[in-house]
Design a protein around this ligand. Structure first.
Ligand code: ZN
Ligand code: ZN
Length: 170
């Protein structure tokens, strides 16, 4: 990301005195956020709202990320939009060490919220979404969506146990 990165926040106005606060409200795209059955569609904006606070060990971000996620039902494969809201409380440090992994760097006079937001959103993506808890899935014989139509194949028959295992794996 270049100079137009909306998640790069200048912290020059944030005094080094612990307790000093800076309100933050930013919005922009973060590419390539996905798990197997949920993703943030290209062009979808992530909004982050919260505050940066000077603390002894660095700068603490507390706030919320909001983004619309696309989910794919693991039984019937239909897609739906899910508004996702994630609470965050993360530390940015000047003497950041990548190996320690649970904080983010302060880059001179700014912090870049991108990686923090990416981590929080990806972690919150649903791993096995269902369009509804009662989703009937797809017919194992003809592929029809059984929520929309009764193709006649499901009448009383047992689901082949191999498909049950597949359903659990998805
Ligand atoms: Zn479904
Ligand atoms: Zn069928």
């Amino acid at each position: 990301m270049g100079a137009s990165n909306p998640f790069k926040v200048s912290v020059t106005r944030l005094s080094k005195a612990p307790g000093s606060l800076l309100a933050v409200e930013v919005e922009g795209e973060i590419p390539e956020m996905f798990v197997s059955s949920a993703w943030v569609a290209e062009g979808t904006k992530v909004r982050a709202k919260g505050q940066l606070e000077a603390v002894h060990s660095g700068i603490l971000f507390s706030g919320t990320a909001m983004v619309e996620v696309t989910t794919e039902c693991r039984r019937c494969l239909s897609q739906s939009a899910l508004p996702l809201q994630v609470e965050m409380r993360e530390l940015f440090e000047s003497d950041y060490k990548e190996e320690e992994g649970d904080t983010y760097p302060i880059n001179g006079d700014y912090v870049d919220l991108t990686e923090m937001l990416r981590d929080a959103v990806v972690l919150a993506l649903p791993v096995a979404p269902l369009c509804s808890p009662e989703c009937k899935g797809l017919c194992q014989v003809c592929g029809a969506n059984l929520n929309e139509a009764d193709c006649g194949h499901s009448g009383g028959g047992e689901i082949d146990p191999r498909f049950r295992i597949l359903d659990q794996l998805r």
